[in-house]
Design a protein around this ligand. Structure first.
Ligand code: G1P
Length: 291
């Protein structure tokens, strides 16, 4: 079994739901408080010992590269001004080992993953969707860490899930479960965004995966649906062979690709903030009286 050393973050969406800001600012640079969403995702990987982070971006995303490049002038200035805390923030931001690949045409999630193929080859990889933030709690295990541990123990691909109900099953990939042991489910089937009647269970796939090295090769061989290749088709092949596991995530998930999810993330991260948490709480309490 090959060790997990690489991660892919597909972040090439145009962010049309956030126009006009996304006209000039790439969606992954939208911030929750003071940090771009893409950096939250890179930080989730710190717990896993990933050596290479590959971000799949749309053309004209230079500002994301700039964000992750050390800025010597800024560092020097912060140090000479005695702003050591801010200096540490800049140092950390420039410290991620990130590469960028451009997805020229929007051809789905598998299309984005395949853009990273020259850098990943047949190695296992973590996959973290750029639109989802997962808050695990100060002292709890990040979602991707839990998946990496299951992969390291079993050598099998593993996906994170959450429970959903009613019409919400149709918004996500959906899994059927063969058995479950110690919170790890063996998946026997996957359907992508089923109707309520077609759903196999209440377990929806969320945007965190650890996939074995063979997945990249499988994606290359799949038949496209229109101009899109579905990751789900490859995962379903693994599931048929009993080679796909799933684990229900722990923590809070934010869909920051959606306006309400984005506001929720900002409010809840503000409430957790040492700097403005108390003020935010007082403000919300006062505001709630007027609603
Ligand atoms: C993708 C996957 C889907 C998964 C979802 C999680 O869909 O195809 O299986 O449930 O991410 O957010 P998308 O949201 O890109 O349409």
């Amino acid at each position: 079994m090959k060790q997990l050393k690489k991660a892919i973050i597909p972040a090439a969406g145009l962010g049309t739901r956030f126009l006009p800001i996304t006209k000039a600012v790439p969606k992954p640079m939208l911030s929750v408080l003071d940090k771009p969403t893409i950096q939250f995702i890179a930080e989730e990987l710190e717990s896993v010992g990933i050596e290479d982070i590959i971000i799949v971006v749309s053309p004209d995303s230079d500002v994301i590269k700039r964000h992750f490049t050390p800025n010597e002038q800024l560092s020097k200035r912060l140090l000479s001004d005695g702003k050591t805390a801010l200096y540490e923030i800049e140092k950390k931001t420039g410290s991620f080992n990130v590469s960028f690949v451009v997805q020229e045409t929007a051809n789905g999630l598998a299309g984005a993953i395949l853009c990273a193929e020259p850098l990943v080859k047949d190695e296992p990889f973590a996959l973290l969707l750029g639109d989802e933030l997962i808050y695990a709690g100060e002292n709890d295990k990040p979602c991707i860490k839990r998946l990496a541990e299951i992969y390291e123990k079993t050598g099998k691909s593993v996906i994170a899930t959450m429970e959903v109900f009613g019409d919400d099953v149709s918004k996500y990939g959906n899994i059927g479960i063969k058995d479950e042991e110690d919170g790890v489910m063996t998946v026997d089937k996957i359907v992508e965004k089923p109707s309520v009647n077609e759903a196999l269970s209440n377990n929806a796939i969320i945007g965190r995966y650890v996939l074995s090295g063979e997945v990249m090769g499988m994606l290359k061989k799949l038949q496209p649906h229109g101009n899109e290749i579905y990751l789900t088709d490859a995962l379903d092949e693994l599931a048929e062979r009993g080679d796909l596991l799933a684990s229900c995530f722990e923590g809070v998930r934010y869909d920051v690709g959606d306006k309400f999810g984005y506001i929720r993330a900002n409010v809840e991260y503000a409430l957790r903030s040492k700097e403005i948490g108390e003020d935010t709480k007082e403000y919300i309490k006062e505001l709630a009286k007027t609603l």
